[in-house]
Ligand binder design. Sequence first.
Ligand SMILES: Cc1cc2nc3c(=O)[nH]c(=O)nc-3n(C[C@H](O)[C@H](O)[C@H](O)COP(=O)(O)O)c2cc1C
Length: 376
Amino acid sequence: MTTPAAPSLFDTPALNGVPLRNRLVVAPMTRISATDAGVPTAAMCRYYGGFARGGFGLIVSEGIYTDRAYAQGYAGQPGLTDAQQAQGWRGIVDAVHHAGGRMIAQLMHAGALSQANRFRDDTAGPSAVQPRGRQLTLYGGTGAYRMPRAMDQAEILQAVDGFAQAARLARDAGFDGVEIHGANGYLLDQFLNNHTNLRQDGWGGAIAQRMRLLLETIRAVRAAAGNDVIVGVRISQAKVNDFTYQWPEGADGAATLFGAIAASGVDYLHVTEHEAWQPAFADGAASLVQHARRAAPGLAIVANGSLAEPERAAAMLAQGATLVALGRGALANPDWPARVRAGRPVRRFDAAVLAPLAGIKDAELALREAPAAWAG
Ligand SMILES: Cc1cc2nc3c(=O)[nH]c(=O)nc-3n(C[C@H](O)[C@H](O)[C@H](O)COP(=O)(O)O)c2cc1C
């Protein structure tokens, strides 16, 4: 009997039949560099294309707003709600494919955390609960979040339909798949959590009801996008406005949520924590990736969170991850896969690239387009 080889970051797995050239993924990162009309720009095309030229197997886009009601979160955020936006994305996806990469559209509804929305002056979420924390200044916000209005049944169904329509536009624009953003405190996460979801109408209450919007969204997205595209979902405990939040239901809640996601027919589950390898809950040693692996044994799992050091990234494969996603590590090293494969050291992330606002900087584009500069 031979022992199967340990998985390597440079294996070539497939998601829903779509082959990937390695296990390395660019994590979704909002860069507020679209036009006022939410149309992707030439700078975004150069930015995303650079990750593909640098060897990443899969690139997840920044969070894209899904409807012309309450989904938009930030000024300069791109959308997938009309033909012009979809056309802009097509150019980006083509550039990524041309360089051998695959690309997924992250579909995002900001809910109560919306800071700017050209379609509405107010915000809406599961319940009229003031969001914790302060608006994100790197996306142009200041001060407290606005008090959201509780969505009515029609608005909830409109949000689900927005995800479905955006998924169809993503497929038609050539994306290899979509990722439903259920993490970081945005709308779907607001429904999942009992301190932001106080509803008693079948969309709130016990965890089974709080998961309902996420599961109905998965169903609607799959029906709209078809069986051939990749459908994933992203989950976290931390919120952009509540960084250290942990699920009060602990490991049992994780098992319930991850089990329901596994049964929903998605192709992957993307879990993100500040440090992916750390114990997820105070009363146990298992990381969130390990909880996901236990509850969803056959499902592809993407691990994310402070994994820019190659040894850290590889260690997540041993914990059960299928793919490893890099956020800040990819910003500092758009050529991370090529660099690591060649045995070169990874650069440290410099937060200055996101200051004073998170928009794409000329210096980043120069780094991507002058391969000699990558050698440093
Ligand atoms: C500038 C920036 C923008 C981000 N935007 C998004 C986003 O649009 N959607 C999302 O799910 N996560 C977003 N994130 C979170 C990242 O995907 C990732 O989870 C986080 O950076 C931790 O991973 P890292 O340690 O590899 O950077 C963003 C992070 C950064 C730094």
